[in-house]
Design a protein around this ligand. Sequence first.
Ligand code: N01
Length: 587
Amino acid sequence: MGSSEDTYEILVIGAGFSGIYALHNLRKKGFAVKVYEAGTYMGGTWYWNRYPGARVDTDNPIYQFNEEGLWDFAWTERFPAHPELQEYFRYLDDKLQLSKDIQYNTSVSAAQFDTARNQWQVKTDDGRVTWANHLFLCTGSTTTRYTPPFKGLDRFKGICHHSYVWPKDGVNFDGKRVAVIGTGASAVQIIQEIGSRVGHLTVYQRTPNLCLPMQQAKAADPSKAAWFPPKSKFPEIFGTARKSFSGLNFDWERKNAADVSPKERRALYESLYAHGGFAFWLANFQDMLFDKESNAYAYTFWAEKARARIHDSVKRDILTPLVAPHAIGIKRPCLEQTYYEVFNQSNVDLVNVRESPILEITEHGVRTENEGLVEVDIIVLATGFDSLTGSIKSMDIRNGKGESLRDMWKRNGTSTYLGLTTAGFPNLWYMYGPQASQVKSTTQIHCSDLAGQNWCTTRWLHFWTLLDTFDHFRLTSGRLKWQAPTPLGNGPTIIEIQGEWLVELMVRMKDEKRRFVDAKKESEQGWTKEVWDAWEASLFPEADSWYQGANIPGKTREPLCYAGGYSKYEDLLKKIAAEGYKTFNLA
Ligand code: N01
């Protein structure tokens, strides 16, 4: 523990992947860096998410740092579970001696820029003050939990936990009567983990989760060795991921769904389904997330596969309706292993809360309109997060004029420059925050089709018009190219892209003895417009997703992810650096 007014060149808030990246790479360049972390150890999302079944949705080996000296960790599963991810952070700590520069159990409550000192004054919950030239907010995208204001929740006499704040000692589900509220990624993993142990389970679903097959593989199984490539292959794999659609090691099928025969279409769907992971989402036909017809083909295939696994016709129609609840892939899908089979158990009930709303939580259980009171011993609230902006807005961040970032975003909507900073808030940086690119792609349409226009929907034409306006596409040798949107990518990849740029900027400022960097307002306005335009050209606006704040009552509905693609984003960052950061005011 330091004195009450420590000063650092760079103060990082949060010790997840992005905070660790910042600490390690800035320290290598000789900066005095400190990390404040609210938890008792590092890991970020993998420190907090320890609910039963928590597991990453990104394939080994790309869900780790892309640094050769850090590739000794022996992963045991294609999609590792949270204890192994926690082990990975311990490995990093041992190797890099990270903890010596991390102060745990430390929550930041407020930060204000001091214009005379060109420094941030940071206040922590314990009343101490720290000064820093630059403040890095590495506070995570899904870290501010959301609990719906269910009437009577505080009266419940049994055990009740939100998925994000799970007791370290775990919860005993054996033979217990359990209610799980929500069917997002967390709920799906919990349900399939506890399904075989509970006495009785009632799942309360508002929107079906269009889950994709994980196709897990274990390193111990020699027949799955292909999923565990040798380190010699890592540079190529990481290289592919960085150039691919969303930082993953596969890419879009460069065709539109309607341009191929039904047989060819089905063959691709079958192969993606068998591949597992996010392939069905992000290696599908290039127009799946933009064209309703293409999306409907994919949904029909998905529903056929999933429906075949559910025995009861009522549950089947609630979990996997014939009519899509929304376009597939525009809410974040999750990976499942035995999710649908759990609902074949006679001791598992499913309530569609759109038809039978939750009226109240009583001392003994959950009361819905049609089912009445279902008595339970345990309630699991898997009800999600105030995503992307929640963790930033939880701190009272003020600029030199005393203006509050939280109030500004509430009043005018979320505003960032490049998802990295906000104009008027100098020396303040977000990593893996709102409005950053989480995708990377160049997709193509056949121009012969363009001439015929026989498959053009109004949406496509609208999309082209927008792209034309913002120079996202070029006609090249008979093919039309554009950066394809989606708000999901591999976290470590985008962290690396942003991190490299920020480290370079920090070094440059230090070399040039500069103390102040602030995005120009007009730069930010241009970026915000680009974020909106890319978003509105896709199918994403149609779902009530956390990608656009639509899961939180009263939260502004706006794109919180940049849908323009990793490569465009990275190119833009590099161009800004090469041109001497002219889109910023520097002093
Ligand atoms: O949260 P969610 P999550 N009454 O917001 C429902 C990452 N993650 O914790 O869909 C009834 O997805 C809500 O219903 P609806 C990942 O990025 C990753 O599951 O809004 N239900 C939904 O079903 C993920 O996307 C991993 O209609 C209510 C659920 O609660 C993100 O975190 C694992 C309700 C919330 O789902 C968030 O996932 C876990 C109400 N009043 C999480 N309010 C992996 O990498 C909300 N719901 C594996």
